[in-house]
Design a protein. Structure first.
Length: 214
């Protein structure tokens, strides 16, 4: 039994290592060729595996792109949450968003390819959908605390999440188009969130440094 357990552990480790090698290869091919050039054959050759092995782990190239986007976002969220020092609601949301903006800004062209591959996959049990639901759960708890503390008016958590994500994404696109620096994105999102949660009296809806302003 112990021998079977060790063999099973080795197989699981080998499977995970193969998956990681395929993802690393896909990332390299997408960086060099773009999503259109990221064929299964090229990815398999870069990873040193048979083309069929890729399909054991991922249904198609789009599924690979979704996994890459998920891992990209997950690493950024971990950085954001690990450095979060709970403050005002908008400050907390902007802190986490800044970590995401920084991750996309590090390789904007690759980030655009990731988004094209994974953003519109309609799989409710896919890694991105599950990741988004986990973030929504965290945000619902955070919104509830802000309401209880009288920091923001009562708002339905789902509406708050959709409002935040809509504003976050519009600002993300501005960054990926080169119109805003990371700090410009953070400042703009902060102003928009204040408007969203506190109404028109919360100050200008845009502002902060642009690309030229750092």
């Amino acid at each position: 039994m112990k021998g079977e357990g060790r063999a099973g552990g080795r197989r699981a480790l080998q499977k995970e290592e193969t998956r990681a090698a395929i993802l690393a290869a896909a990332r390299a091919v997408i960086r060099e060729e773009g999503l259109g050039g990221a064929t299964t054959r090229r990815i398999a050759a870069r990873a040193g595996v048979a083309a069929g092995t890729v399909f054991v782990h991922f249904a198609d190239v789009d599924a690979l792109g979704e996994a890459l986007l998920h891992d990209h976002v997950e690493a950024a969220l971990e950085r954001g949450f690990s450095t979060l020092r709970s403050g005002a609601l908008c400050d907390d949301l902007v802190h986490v968003a800044r970590a995401l903006y920084q991750s996309y800004a590090a390789e904007p062209e690759l980030s655009r390819e990731f988004l094209k591959a994974g953003l519109f996959r309609a799989d409710p049990q896919g890694p991105l959908a599950l990741q988004l639901r986990r973030f929504e759960g965290w945000m619902a708890v955070r919104i509830g605390r802000a309401i209880a503390d009288g920091e923001v008016p009562a708002i339905e958590p789902r509406l708050a999440f959709l409002g935040f994500f809509s504003l976050y994404f519009v600002v993300l696109v501005g960054g990926l188009r080169g119109e805003l620096s990371v700090e410009g994105q953070a400042a703009t999102l902060a102003a928009l969130l204040r408007r969203f949660f506190h109404g028109a009296g919360a100050g200008p809806a845009a502002g902060g440094p642009t690309r030229g302003g750092g």
